[in-house]
Design a binder for this molecule. Structure first.
Ligand code: TXA
Ligand code: MG
Length: 328
């Protein structure tokens, strides 16, 4: 299959919508990361997403909507706290997990009784959903377990030849995925830290719970390893001995004072700005991963605000290597 890459002209958006309506797959930008979309009401099309991404079938997919009335089609109930968050943060990088109606195919939720829903703020995503006139099931447009794409080139590198179309809307604004919140009755639980910080959520509905990483997860995206580059990653702490006999790269949060010895350095934000750092995270990891390094050392970031989402992803990226290294 030849994959077309088109800028988001009205014509390209019409084409994207037609492909989705006909059961095909289109990658498109959102304000968080690029998504790989299929009609949420077409189980065969959704099955193709799993195939193309190499995604295990136990990992459910977020459904993207462009208007609030679609929420009623998809979920049975919406507790008051969920409604408050929706009122405040949609459209935007908030995903809510709520009991699904029978309209949502089982494959979308991987057999779970709840469905994850998000209303993206990106005008291109909205235009595609509106034009397609169906909710769009879309995970991040990367191979399972690899880094999320924040540019059309990232998508093309991973999925070219496997999908019909990529809409190139430039670099994603947030560069980090949405925050996923699950509701147990009226209690909110953050399943995945993301572009909407926990503090902002708590400002609206009070204290929320977070689930600690689990291997057999409620939200499979909370798998300990995930988002991993192919190059091993080590998170720096006071005890880390940097092995300069290897080709070492550095992922720095802000401009480091000592930079000797590293083959490649990526600085997420010169001034240590969290929003800028989040937006650059995956791109920096992609670049490091393409630099033929033996190991990537990553600086820690304080786990507040977006720092939580950044560290969650770095820990996941480092987890696999930690395990291998310990021989577990
Ligand atoms: O920003 C985003 O959320 C991007 C853009 C494309 O919208 N999407 C994204 O999708 O990151 P994905 O599939 O890579 O991650 C979705 C996360 C996973 O951790 C998945 O396990 C969780 O949401 N999830 C999806 N449906 C769920 C459900 N029904 N119950 C619990 N967790 C769910
Ligand atoms: Mg993903």
């Amino acid at each position: 299959m030849k994959t077309q890459i088109l800028p988001p002209t009205p014509r390209a958006i019409t084409q994207a919508a037609a492909i989705i309506r006909q059961g095909g797959l289109v990658a498109f930008p959102t304000e968080t990361v690029y998504g790989l979309g299929a009609s949420a009401f077409n189980p065969y099309a959704v099955a193709k997403i799993f195939k193309v991404k190499n995604r295990p079938h136990f990992d459910p997919i977020i459904v993207h909507i462009a208007k609030l009335s679609d929420l009623e089609l998809l979920v049975k109930t919406c507790p008051p706290k969920a409604q408050k968050l929706i009122d405040k943060f949609w459209p935007g990088p908030l995903t809510v997990v709520l009991p699904k109606t029978s309209k949502v195919p089982e494959i979308v939720t991987a057999g779970l009784p709840s469905v994850a829903i998000r209303m993206p703020a990106h005008r291109v995503t909205q235009a595609i959903i509106k034009k397609a006139q169906v909710p769009i099931a879309a995970p991040s447009a990367n191979k399972f377990g690899y880094l999320s794409p924040t540019t059309a080139e990232h998508v093309a590198k991973q999925l070219s030849g496997k999908i019909e179309l990529i809409i190139d809307g430039g670099k994603c604004n947030w560069g980090i995925e949405s925050t996923v919140v699950y509701f147990e009755n009226n209690d909110a639980v953050i399943l995945r830290h993301g572009a909407l910080p926990q503090e902002e959520i708590e400002n609206v509905i009070g204290r929320v719970k977070t689930i600690k990483k689990s291997v057999q997860p409620l939200s499979p995206g909370t798998l300990l390893k995930h988002y991993a580059p192919k190059t091993p990653i080590v998170i720096l702490n006071n005890r880390t001995r940097i092995d300069f006999t290897k080709r070492a790269g550095l992922l720095a949060f802000r401009m480091p004072s000592k930079i000797n010895g590293f083959h490649k350095i990526e600085v997420l934000s010169k001034n240590g700005n969290y929003v800028e750092a989040a937006a650059n995270l995956f791109e920096a990891l992609h670049r490091l991963d393409e630099s033929n390094l033996d190991v990537i050392y990553a600086q820690k970031i304080k786990e507040i605000g977006l720092g939580r989402a950044i560290m969650e992803r770095l820990k996941k990226a480092a987890y696999k290597y930690k395990k291998e290294n310990l021989g577990q």
